[in-house]
Design a protein around this ligand. Structure first.
Ligand SMILES: [Zn+2]
Length: 275
């Protein structure tokens, strides 16, 4: 195993940071502490929402997409603008910049993903080229830039959009880019979620822990950023995690998770592709 990366190394002067966020709330939940700390150092930090594009105009929504809109309390007409407003408010809390990449959420990509089994299953064959399209959309130069850090999801929970972003991260790491993988919350909050993902990584991919970043100083901002997405709180914390969506309950569930790495400290753990 190679030496761990310290928080100081990540925050070195001159570094730049691009957090790949499959959906509108993934960075606040999974990496909001580090993103906030880096931004407070005055470093450029961008959260890039990959699958946040508007559904195709005139194309009918699937019943599954309609069902999700109802759970979020948003109509089809307002869903993307409402979620972008939430994203902007989280960005203000974290001090980050926001960018939208031109891809649609899997629930808006035709009839490919029309149930929870589909969205937490395997990406369809038709989408095998999507990770490379995603890399192209990042507009990176050919040669890896040592001052740039990229953050991709580990895809705990197996959401297909997270799996695509993970695959893009692995491909970039193999081309020499600095890529760290964050543990996807809320999925990792469920018992065993993290281990299940590590034991079912795609053929030939091996990860190792790279950094444990103490985020105590950014904790309140991280929770504030999570609460900048009111449309998601009920779905995530009441229905999925099952703790309820009051600030106390969310804070407590997040603390239990963040407290597992070092006694008396709240932290986020990041992974990298093993050499
Ligand atoms: Zn997501």
């Amino acid at each position: 195993m190679t030496a761990p990366i310290s928080a100081e190394t990540l925050a070195a002067p001159g570094t730049r940071h691009r957090f790949l966020s499959p959906h509108y709330d993934d960075i606040a939940l999974s990496a909001g502490g580090l993103a906030t700390l880096l931004a407070r150092q005055g470093l450029p930090v961008t959260v890039e929402v990959i699958f946040g594009e508007e559904p195709e105009v005139g194309a009918p929504l699937t019943a599954f997409a309609e069902e999700l809109h109802t759970a979020w309390g948003l109509s089809a007409e307002e869903v993307i603008s409402a979620r972008r407003a939430e994203e902007a408010s989280a960005a203000r809390v974290m001090g980050t910049a926001s960018l939208n990449l031109p891809f649609r959420d899997c629930i808006y990509r035709g009839e490919q993903y029309v149930s929870n089994e589909h969205i937490f299953g395997s990406p369809t064959q038709a989408e095998s080229g999507l990770p490379e399209d995603l890399i192209a959309a990042l507009g990176l130069p050919d040669a890896p830039d040592p001052g740039l850090w990229l953050y991709a999801p580990l895809a705990v929970g197996n959401h297909v959009d997270h799996q695509h972003a993970f695959a893009a991260g692995v491909a970039l790491a193999r081309r020499g880019w600095n890529v760290l993988f964050y543990e996807d919350l809320p999925y990792a909050l469920l018992p065993g979620g993290h281990d299940r993902r590590l034991s079912t990584l795609p053929e030939g991919v091996e990860l190792e822990p790279a950094a444990i970043v103490p985020v105590d100083d950014a904790w309140e901002s991280k929770i504030d950023a999570i609460f900048a997405y009111p449309s998601q709180l009920e779905t995530i914390f009441s229905h999925y995690v099952g703790v309820g969506s009051s600030r106390d309950k969310v804070d407590e569930a997040m603390r239990v998770y963040a407290g597992q790495y070092a006694p008396g400290s709240l932290a986020e753990r990041y992974w990298r592709v093993a050499p």
